[in-house]
Design a protein around this ligand. Structure first.
Ligand SMILES: Cc1cc2nc3c(=O)[nH]c(=O)nc-3n(C[C@H](O)[C@H](O)[C@H](O)COP(=O)(O)OP(=O)(O)OC[C@H]3O[C@@H](n4cnc5c(N)ncnc54)[C@H](O)[C@@H]3O)c2cc1C
Length: 439
């Protein structure tokens, strides 16, 4: 039986953005600043995406070659840096393969995302899970979504899928791949948490970043799960807090609710194991306790859609530039527990290369008014493992938002927009290292 649509938003909506993570935030703010009527649908009640699901996760990939990618990300970070006291700081990553990272006060960062969206005039629909596109031959005329009140619909001229998993693009039959090219393995999912009230000055410098000696002991005694053989941690933004990005669950398909549910429950057990073990074994943690565990495991990778161009492993390692390049990146290939029980980081910094992601990676071949931005773009699995940092995703979102605006204003298909004009507009908005300009 067809369910009745409770409410229809139609009149003058022109852009619908699905998902309020880094890419959706960038897309909605950029499109709205062009004077367009933009609706942002977010299934949770928070903006930030993985920033909200893994609170405290440092923002990576903001500073390729040590310089800012610019644009909306820069505005966001500058607001945080400029507060009194500062709500964010740039630090060297503990892992040498990566560039600097941004640590921040999570509450203030989330509030700032809301503030910037409001100032840009974005219409926020929270608790709004987009479920299906409303198809009209080669176009989408809108999306159906669910909220507390039942099934709803919103019509639009351009739709930007920034849902991470790409629900709308998948249902619109845009072809996609999942996982690596060998056997479809996706990266591990992770539950993050803080230990607070740590006496950080008592923590000794251990032989490596991963407490491997201690981990081995815990695994041998049965106190720790065997996948906790490398315990990655670093000081949080606030004094005497330690952030753990250590509990990784393998073999999870992030598009399956049952997999994510099972993984989230199992991960909570491993968080307890780790916390108990640290309190018992590691000097400085005796009086500490767990706080701000993510609401569920964070998902690194699912669908990668087929676009006009597929960013490849070769492109990133030769630092390829494109005439329609919209954001710069030199993030390490960060393969977390994909096809093995460990993380493998391949540095681009050491090679001194910095690549651009082209606009065409966000454009489907056959649908005229759909874009996809963020981690679901057209890329091979190696390129994804590098370009998926929050900063790059926000930059891609900004480009998609402007492109959507151009397509609407000029009444053209998203694949026909003038790429040079897009790049020029991004440069005008402070995005760095594009159009032949050195970063
Ligand atoms: C465990 C983990 C650790 C990471 N570590 C780092 C790091 O240290 N530094 C870094 O820069 N990056 C890190 N990343 C990568 C980065 O966080 C993500 O790649 C990036 O957030 C992807 O942005 P996105 O906008 O594409 O998707 P997401 O951030 O996943 O946001 C998608 C949003 O869409 C919403 N949504 C989903 N489906 C729907 C729907 N049907 N309708 C409406 N809304 C929907 C979700 O609720 C979410 O808010 C990490 C990722 C994970 C999972």
């Amino acid at each position: 039986m067809n369910e009745v649509v409770k409410d229809i938003i139609n009149s003058d909506v022109v852009v619908v953005v699905v998902g309020g993570g880094p890419s959706g935030f960038g897309a909605a703010v950029a499109a709205s600043r062009m004077g367009l009527n933009v609706y942002l649908l977010e299934s949770s009640y928070l903006l930030g995406g993985i920033m909200a699901k893994c609170p405290g996760m440092p923002i990576g990939a903001a500073y390729p070659k040590g310089k800012s990618i610019g644009g909306i990300l820069d505005e966001f970070l500058n607001r945080l840096y400029g507060m009194n006291p500062p709500a964010a700081e740039k630090r060297k990553c503990r892992l040498s393969e990566f560039g600097p990272e941004v640590f921040y006060n999570h509450e203030i960062a989330t509030y700032t995302l809301f503030q910037m969206a409001e100032e840009a005039g974005v219409n926020l629909l929270l608790d709004a899970t987009a479920t299906e596109p409303i198809m009209d031959n080669n176009r989408l005329s809108g999306v159906f979504y669910y909220n507390k009140n039942g099934k709803q619909a919103v019509y639009a001229k351009v739709i930007i899928d920034c849902s991470g998993d790409g629900y709308i693009a998948a249902k619109a039959n845009v072809p996609f791949d999942k996982g690596d090219e060998v056997n479809g393995q996706m990266m591990g999912v992770s539950l993050t948490f803080f230990m607070v009230n740590v006496e950080a000055d008592k923590i000794e410098e251990y032989d490596d970043h991963y407490f491997t000696k201690y981990a081995e002991k815990g695994i041998k005694s049965g106190e720790l799960h065997e996948d906790l053989h490398r315990i990655y941690w670093f000081p949080g933004f606030h004094k005497n807090t330690i952030f753990f990005n250590s509990v990784h669950i393998r073999g999870v398909d992030g598009t399956k609710s049952s997999d994510v549910t099972k993984a989230s429950i199992e991960a909570r057990k491993r968080v307890r194991q780790l916390a108990d073990f640290f309190k018992e074994e590691i000097r400085g943690f005796e009086k500490s306790h767990v706080e701000t565990t993510g609401p569920a495991v964070g998902i690194r990778e699912t669908r990668r859609f087929e676009g006009l161009y597929k960013l490849s492993e070769e492109d990133i390692f030769i630092g390829k530039k494109f005439s329609d390049g919209v954001v710069c990146c030199d993030n390490a290939v960060d393969n977390v527990y994909r096809s093995s029980n460990t993380s493998i980081h391949t540095s681009l910094i050491e090679k001194g290369v910095c690549y651009q992601v082209p606009y065409r990676c966000m454009v489907p071949k056959s649908i005229e008014n759909l874009l996809f931005a963020g981690r679901c773009i057209s890329a091979d699995s190696v390129a994804l493992a590098s370009m998926r940092g929050m900063s790059t995703c926000m930059g891609l979102g900004q480009a998609a938002g402007i492109a959507a605006g151009m397509a609407i204003i000029n009444q053209e298909r998203v694949l026909d927009i003038d790429y040079n004009e897009l790049v020029k507009e991004l440069q005008k908005q402070g995005v760095n290292g594009l159009g032949g300009e050195e970063l």
